[in-house]
Design a protein around this ligand. Structure first.
Ligand SMILES: [Fe+2]
Length: 305
């Protein structure tokens, strides 16, 4: 596990494309830190912090992921839900597990083991983070996008993961990504049942996983059994470039201008990246926009926000 030269992920690295959704297999199902007792202990250490969310299983694919008032707080605490997730009627997200020294080692070991292979195609890995989801049976994780590349690993139970291509603008428009990168606004990332027909669908069991590029829309449904998943996320030079272009696009919209579609004008995208980068430098760390600290600083690990 601590061997940085052996990846725990089995993936055809020669065929790896950082902008393509890909399934893989992994060897983390029996890892001690991913067993229920250790997750409960992590949950206890997260008490009183913003490092966890717990929601009832009433959430659906179309629930607004960004609005906590829509997410039906569970009647049980996160720790109680983790102790007996099979009957909790909840899903619990332990966020930014790299903020915990023990789990930071796990995040570092897994991502560092993949880093040489990733960087052959996608240089500049930074902003490492980990996220653990425990979900009761028949639970949905609402449709949303994320601000990093994601390796999602199924540890226990089964679930169905629906993922759409990062460049699928019918499912998630350029403007939705602009708003998301500018201020983490998911109000334009809206679910429609019709999307299912054009999704990449993965039935994941223990030892299976799926790689999702930056802002690939996704939605997850658990089966009749409870589920535990861990995601390892990171950013690269390319994700930062992509996100900064989207930030600049949103600023232009606010000025009443309409930029060309993302990726359709190399000249515009290069100018937008340069302008956004200059703004980030001028504003300095902590300023807005952009929303995500990863666009302002290249730290090895993500900042828990
Ligand atoms: Fe996600």
């Amino acid at each position: 596990m601590s061997d940085k030269t052996t990846s725990v992920i089995d993936l055809d690295w020669d065929a790896f494309d950082p902008w393509r959704i890909q399934p893989f297999r992994h060897r983390l199902t029996e890892h001690p830190l991913l067993q229920t007792e250790q997750l409960v202990e992590l949950g206890k250490r997260c008490r009183g912090t913003k490092l966890w969310y717990a929601f009832s299983s009433d959430a659906t694919a179309g629930t607004d992921f960004d609005d906590a008032s829509n997410l039906f707080p569970t009647s049980k605490s996160a720790v109680d839900s983790l102790k007996d997730i099979s009957s909790a009627k909840a899903w619990v997200l332990l966020r930014h597990i790299q903020a915990d020294p023990t789990y930071r080692e796990l995040v570092g070991a897994v991502i560092n083991s993949m880093q040489p292979m990733i960087e052959r195609k996608d240089p500049g890995v930074y902003y490492r983070a980990g996220w653990i989801f425990s979900a009761s049976p028949n639970t949905a994780t609402p449709f949303h996008i994320d601000r990093s590349h994601v390796f999602l690993l199924q540890v226990r139970g089964t679930k169905t993961v629906y993922v759409w291509d990062a460049e699928d603008t019918q499912v998630c428009s350029d403007r939705a990504r602009d708003c998301f990168h500018f201020r983490h606004d998911l109000s334009r990332t809206l679910w429609s049942e019709e999307f299912r027909a054009r999704a990449h669908v993965f039935e994941l069991g223990p030892g299976m996983g799926v790689y999702m590029p930056l802002t690939s829309p996704h939605m997850v449904e658990t089966s009749k059994e409870s589920s535990t998943t861990i995601s390892f996320t990171y950013n690269t030079d390319a994700t930062r470039r992509n996100a900064r272009v989207h930030v600049m696009r949103e600023m232009l919209y606010k000025l009443g201008m309409t930029p060309p579609d993302y990726g359709k004008s190399r000249v515009f995208d290069q100018a937008a990246f340069a302008a956004a980068s200059a703004i980030v430098v001028c504003r300095g760390p902590g300023a807005h926009p952009p929303a995500c600290p990863s666009l302002r600083q290249k730290s090895a690990y993500a900042v828990a926000d």
